[in-house]
Design a protein around this ligand. Structure first.
Ligand SMILES: Cc1ncc(C[n+]2csc(CCOP(=O)(O)OP(=O)(O)O)c2C)c(N)n1
Ligand SMILES: [Mg+2]
Length: 575
């Protein structure tokens, strides 16, 4: 407080309004709380209700990134958290600004991303009178956030912002929402009347290691197991538990599968990295350890795990453990703390059984090689129009250890999931279980902003790109170059497949045609690099030219609209 009062009398970096008085405005209190949380940038689209927050951000040295659609602001906040581990923040105006951002909040909710959305609101003095852009935001946000509240006094602003941050980390991470009425935000108060929780002093560590007896049981189960496997889920990345997971799998000699943000924990080629044989392993394993991922549709709600397997589930959220499928052992806590403790516990055993499992790993490796072989000819296909698997293969070859890969699309991304392997931990971003199209451009923006030294490559469907693609311009404007590849089949193909399979061609080709859009021209129009590719052999050189351009780039790759990924043909996602 004293600091705020002192700076405002010195005045050099403050706005004229602040210079006149030692008082502090609500927007400046928001910024102080953001700063204490470690927020370095907000993503926003302006509106009269929220402008005082910008004034505060200028004073606190928080970067303001202004985008063209509020959905983008919210996805970028989600992406910022994923890349940095610091809580993301988006600031949007009342009414349509907040409803536009809802999809991004919903995505963060299902993907377990910690972010705060701050929405404007009409003045409290006009509460329920029909003020401009008034909507019941808190009611609307409640089911898709961990915490949603109105700030009803200026004195409480920083306290409520800190509270919202704390709530983001209750159990598995997730989004919080605060609305701040305009008169509450604009009011200027004596700083001594405001509570501003101090950095690092308003929330506890979440790194709990579970009950030590359960950790011993986990070690026992694994030491005795002949055919174990682990699935490393998104929380392995969000807990930054990669090193602990690697140590655990290596010491105990357990094959690892990775999903969501945990992809890349093991580098491709590592003896414990497995990818193609997850279904086979889940069928044959005697012990399956599921870490930081729910039994949702991606695992057939747990039905894809052998019925009589010993199943251990580890999760930050008590409510996730044992949901949809019975388990043998559940442990609630931080993936890294629990895996380190289990490795430690197993190291005390006379024989941890590691060598007895060599045969099991060889069996899985053989299966992996078989499925790679079965896919080989399509990966290298010279077909024209281009086969989506060839596009995925070319991108996979292009990625380096320094490339963050983002997938944003339907069938083209489903195809790529089996082929594209991130080379490092934390270098894979997909929407998560909400399956939200349109995350690509905002994720690329956030990734490049937070980690300018990284290369960012995003594979888009032509449908997905259209949802948020105008913010390619924001990336150009802020100097955040990334390489976008549009797998262009002129359709919403993933849906088209299901429609034509069910209704036949005449009735199935409805509401899924997008036209032949020249995205390379769109990129050029906005000041980026753009190229189109029609032959498979030209994909690699085009990718390299995009890299060399150093600009925001879009490579428009015309792919075959009449081939579909096996997952799409089985309609696996609905089963
Ligand atoms: C925001 C949103 N709207 C609609 C859907 C439903 N959906 C899933 S895949 C898909 C088709 C996407 O088309 P495109 O991005 O071109 O990829 P393609 O399937 O053609 O490869 C649609 C519309 C969704 N997941 N998210
Ligand atoms: Mg498409």
């Amino acid at each position: 407080m004293a600091g705020a009062a002192k700076r405002s009398t010195e005045g050099s970096s403050e706005s004229a309004a602040t210079e006149a008085s030692p008082k502090i405005s609500g927007g400046n209190l928001v910024a102080k709380a953001l700063k204490n949380e470690g927020v370095e940038a907000i993503f926003t689209l302006c509106g009269g209700h929220i402008i005082d927050i910008y004034d505060g951000c200028l004073n606190e040295g928080i970067k303001i990134v202004d985008v063209r659609h509020e959905q983008v602001a919210a996805h970028a906040a989600d992406g910022y958290w994923r890349v940095t581990g610091k809580t993301g923040c988006a600031v949007v105006t009342a009414g349509p600004g907040t409803t536009d951002a809802m999809t991004g909040v919903a995505n963060a909710f299902r993907a377990e991303s910690a972010m705060l959305l701050i929405g404007g609101q009409g003045p409290l003095s006009q509460h329920r009178m029909g003020s401009l852009q008034d909507l019941p935001h808190v009611d609307m946000m409640q089911p898709i956030t961990k915490f949603a509240a109105t700030v009803s006094s200026t004195e409480r602003i920083a306290d409520m912002v800190s509270m919202a941050f704390r709530e983001c980390y209750n159990g598995a991470p997730g989004p919080s929402f605060l609305e701040i009425p305009r008169d509450v935000l604009d009011a200027r108060i004596d700083p001594a009347r405001a509570r501003v929780p101090a950095a690092h002093h308003y929330r506890a560590s979440t790194k709990s290691a579970g009950d030590p007896r359960d950790v011993e049981r986990l070690a026992d189960l694994l030491v005795k197991s002949a055919r174990p496997c682990v699935l490393l889920g998104t929380q392995v990345w969000s807990c930054r538990a990669g090193a602990a997971a690697i140590e655990f799998c290596r010491q105990l000699n357990i094959p690892a599968y990775m999903n969501g943000a945990a992809r890349g924990t093991f580098a491709p080629g590592d003896p414990h990295h497995f990818h193609q044989t997850r279904g086979y392993a889940f069928e044959k394993a005697d012990t399956i350890v599921i870490i930081g991922t729910p039994f949702d549709f991606r695992m057939g709600y747990g039905r894809r795990l052998r019925a009589d397997a010993t199943v251990v589930q580890i999760d930050l959220d008590y409510r996730t453990v044992g949901k949809n499928r019975d388990i043998s052992l559940g442990i609630v806590g931080d993936a890294g703390a629990i895996l380190s403790a289990a490795t430690q516990a197993a190291s005390g055993r006379v024989d941890n059984g590691a060598r007895r499992r060599d045969g099991w790993l060889s069996e899985l490796r053989e299966q992996e090689n078989k499925s790679a072989e079965a896919m080989r000819s399509r990966l290298l296909s010279d077909a024209s129009p281009i086969h989506p698997l060839r596009l995925a293969h070319e991108i996979n070859q292009f990625l380096t250890e320094n490339t963050i890969f983002i997938g944003d699309g339907g069938d083209v991304v489903t195809f790529s999931g089996g082929v594209i392997q991130p080379k490092s931990p934390g270098h894979w971003m997909d929407p998560g279980p909400l399956g939200t199209l349109g995350v690509g451009t905002p994720f690329a923006m956030a990734a490049k902003l937070a980690r300018p030294e990284k290369e960012v490559v995003c594979l888009f469907g032509d449908g997905a790109f259209g949802l948020t693609g105008w913010d390619f311009e924001t990336c150009v404007r802020y100097g955040l170059p990334f390489i976008g590849v549009v797998g262009n089949n002129s359709h919403m193909n993933q849906i088209r497949y299901g429609q034509t399979a069910k209704y036949g061609k005449a009735r199935g080709e409805v509401a899924n045609y997008l036209g032949d859009v020249h995205f390379e021209q769109f990129a050029r129009m906005l000041g980026g690099h753009g190229e189109e590719v029609r032959e498979a052999k030209d994909i690699g050189p085009a990718l390299r030219r995009a890299r060399e351009s150093g600009k925001c780039a879009l490579i428009n790759v015309w792919i075959d609209p009449d081939v579909y990924a096996p997952g799409t043909m089985n309609q696996t996602m609905y089963k």
